[in-house]
Design a protein around this ligand. Structure first.
Ligand code: SAM
Length: 285
């Protein structure tokens, strides 16, 4: 694969580089974040520190927004290693196709779905969200759980999500948005850019992109406060992590990311919020 290997370069990452990032860090992510690669959700009154429980609560919340049943087909864009899709298949009974740009995630995802006994209705494949191998109108709903942040061309990704949805179908996005930009002229700390494409747009810009892609935005649910504990949960997990990655390069990148995480978390806490955005494709064009 072409491309830089120095992941502290601050220019935009390509889809190939995002794939390399996840393929090389799969062991790292499962050690630090568990089976899901996303933030957790702590609604008022829930105090348990478990990141896994909180991640599963976020997945359950997205399941409520999707409101699908056994007769429906869901596309999970950026499926990771398959825990969200597996949980949603169990909870909703729907048919799910998950796509990821990182090849190594597919094997783990397939194994997870098989172990949960849902492999008959859940499958995973390698595909780029910015050019999907699916027919127009193929799905009843699309989920983008922390995948839009990685897209170098968000307009293209949203246009594709719109194309593969049937008229009236739902798009549910869970992602970060920028709340407080760095003051003009400030150069972000290089370590903050270790994560590919992670600096998100402000909420109004993100909502605007979704509308421009042809969707009607039906709900914008700001859960910044309810996801805030994710930062400290990740920091606690990272504190006890010791790299055990096979390849020398993978180990080097894991160490880079491990060192960068406190800064990334600090940046995320100060400069980003978290939204669940629900949108509908118009019934008639
Ligand atoms: C932060 S992880 C979230 C994974 C999963 N949704 C979860 O919550 O466990 C981002 C995911 O987006 C995928 N991804 C990033 N860029 C992509 C692209 N261009 N096309 C398809 N998937 C992509 C990554 O491979 C990874 O699976």
């Amino acid at each position: 694969m072409e491309g830089r290997t120095d992941l502290t370069d601050q220019s935009t990452f390509t889809a190939d580089e995002v794939a390399m990032f996840y393929d090389q860090l799969e062991e790292f992510f499962s050690a630090v974040l568990g089976e899901s690669i996303h933030y957790g959700y702590w609604p008022d009154g829930i105090d348990s520190p478990s990141l896994t429980d909180a991640q599963d609560r976020l997945t359950a919340l997205l399941g409520e927004k999707l409101a699908l049943g056994p007769e429906h087909r869901l596309l999970d864009v950026g499926c990771g290693t398959g825990r969200p899709a597996t949980l949603l298949a169990e909870a909703l009974g729907c048919d799910i196709t998950g796509i990821t740009i990182a090849e190594r995630q597919i094997e783990a995802a397939d194994q997870r779905a098989a172990a949960a006994g849902v492999a008959d209705r859940v499958r995973f494949q390698l595909a780029d969200a910015m050019g999907m191998p699916f027919a127009d109108d193929e799905f009843d709903a699309v989920l983008a759980l922390e995948s839009l942040l990685h897209m170098p061309d968000k307009k293209r990704a949203l246009a594709e999500e719109h194309r593969v949805l049937r008229p009236g179908g739902l798009l549910v996005i869970a992602d970060f948005f920028e709340t407080k930009p760095l003051p003009p002229g400030t150069v972000p700390d290089a370590a903050v850019d270790v994560l590919p494409n992670h600096v998100p747009p402000p909420l109004d810009e993100m909502t605007g992109l979704v509308r421009e892609a042809g969707f009607e935005v039906t709900e914008v649910l700001d859960i910044t406060e309810q996801t805030r504990r994710s930062g400290e949960a990740i920091l606690a997990a990272i504190g006890s992590y010791r790299p055990a990655v096979d390849s020398v390069q993978g180990k080097r990148i894991a160490e880079q990311v491990q060192q960068a995480i406190p800064l990334i978390v600090e940046h995320a806490q100060e400069h980003t919020g978290y939204v669940v955005l629900t949108a509908r494709k118009a019934v008639s064009a």
